[in-house]
Write a protein that binds this ligand. Structure first.
Ligand code: HAM
Length: 424
């Protein structure tokens, strides 16, 4: 778990702001759910045999003896809220997005944390492949808007309750034949939830899984038609993808489409999946709600920020103006001027400790402020001062009247920005 300080937080705000704007454009409204839920919610949805529920949840009893867990993901809480508020009866096609911290007791490494943030979305009520492609399109546009490149969309279908049992049977047969090569945990998974063997991180188990039967060979006609339709619609939107028949997800609730956006940047090492999701047509009903098809995804915000940092982008906010007092007698007037300018929307820094002009100017330099203004006795009596541009030392005479001063700062700032871009 980490602290995020100013300097880094601007990157987070940039990513969150883009998500809000973009997801809003697709008609998704923001959902906020509590950070703790009944443990049973995750056991019944994500699955008891998954690493997330079996090994990684922060679970505790509250004072009334109820077992609660810090949410390890956002899909189950969203489904719970969807059912609890009878949303299906009010709005047959519902689109939600959410962002916030999730908790998993994982082995920490780059891009893998115990408190991490997800930005996710869930769409309820549509079975059509267009809904699957809509959510994948949102992720693709989001990553593009962030300027992130070299990300591959991996796509697979896990079938449904009609065709998956045949695949299961074949998989179990295959895994039984390779049992000696599997780890202890997978011996148990073979009995309880064989699909989870495909998700095991042990290299030996991964080698066995890689040679196993392909789920795509077992899809029933409707699942195959849906998968074909997803691929056709992705192509129509010019979204490139790779079909990866070995991809299973680390959560039990999926049916049909599953997908992962995987970055190739070395900075992420093994934590290379920046977004993942899929369809889960049975989850809402299994949690006691109406029979509702659904599909969604979640992006790992920490990983997106890591990639943005690597690209060298900075979103640091610097003051428009630094106001310095030339002498102790001008401290109060400088402070009052800073306040008035802030009230009217200017980003202003002022050293409340006072101190020598030299020390104030040192701070002005460090703050990265675009302009400085020194207020002394002369300026106070004349109502005029010099506005100095920090990047090149250029100076302009300006009135101290807030509206006029703000106008000067904004004009000069715009001029120097357009000058810099035309030179660049
Ligand atoms: P997930 O694959 O478990 O899916 O997580 C989604 C994303 O969250 C991952 O691809 C990764 O970027 C990020 N993530 C997961 N664990 C960590 C961690 N320990 N540290 C940093 N980032 C992490 C889900 O959570 C599903 N609820 C997605 C979904 C939504 N499916 C349908 N709707």
């Amino acid at each position: 778990m980490r602290d995020l300080l100013p300097g880094e937080i601007e990157l987070w705000q940039h990513v969150e702001g883009l998500a809000r704007e973009l997801f809003g454009r697709y008609g998704y409204g923001e959902l906020r759910t509590p950070m703790v839920e009944d443990t049973a919610l995750f056991v019944r949805s994500v699955g008891e045999e998954t690493d997330i529920v079996g090994k990684e949840m922060y679970t505790f009893d509250d004072k009334a003896g109820r077992s609660l867990s810090m949410r390890p993901e956002g899909t189950a809480p969203a489904a719970r809220a969807y059912i609890e508020h009878s949303v299906a009866t009010q709005e047959p096609l519902t689109r939600w997005f959410y962002m916030g911290p999730m908790f998993r007791y994982e082995r920490m490494q780059t891009g893998r944390y115990r408190q991490f943030s997800q930005i996710g979305a869930e769409a309820y009520g549509s079975k059509d492949a267009a809904q699957d492609v809509e959510v994948m399109d949102m992720v693709a546009r989001f990553l593009q808007a962030l300027g992130l490149q070299d990300i591959t969309l991996n796509l697979n279908s896990l079938g449904d309750e009609v065709c998956r049992p045949q695949y299961h049977a074949k998989l179990v047969e295959y895994l039984q034949a390779h049992k000696p090569e599997l780890c202890e945990d997978c011996h148990r998974r073979l009995e309880t939830n064989p699909l989870r063997v495909l998700d095991c991180k042990n290299p030996k188990c991964q080698a066995v899984a890689a040679q196993g039967p392909s789920v795509l060979d077992f899809l029933c006609e409707p699942c195959k038609a849906h998968f074909d339709d997803v691929q056709r619609k992705l192509t129509a939107l010019e979204i490139r993808f790779v079909v990866n028949p070995r991809m299973v997800r680390g959560l039990d609730y999926y049916t049909r489409t599953v997908f992962e956006f995987v970055a190739s940047h070395p900075a992420l090492s093994t934590a290379s999946t920046v977004s993942a999701g899929g369809r889960y047509d049975k989850l809402v009903k299994s949690l006691g709600g109406p029979d509702t098809p659904a599909v969604g995804f979640a992006c790992g915000l920490d990983r997106l920020v890591l990639l943005l940092k690597e690209s060298g982008k900075s979103f640091a906010q610097v003051p428009d103006l630094f106001i310095a007092a030339a002498d102790p007698g001008s401290h109060d007037a400088a402070f009052a001027l800073a306040g008035r300018l802030r009230h009217q929307g200017l980003r202003v820094d002022f050293d409340t400790r006072g101190g020598s002009l030299k020390s104030q100017m040192k701070r002005a330099d460090k703050s990265g402020a675009h302009f400085t203004l020194v207020l002394g006795e002369l300026e106070r009596t004349s109502g005029q001062a010099k506005l100095k541009q920090m990047s090149n030392g250029q100076q302009w005479e300006t009135s101290l009247e807030p509206a006029a001063l703000i106008a000067t700062v904004r004009t000069r700032k715009a001029e120097s920005a357009s000058g810099a871009s035309s030179q660049g």
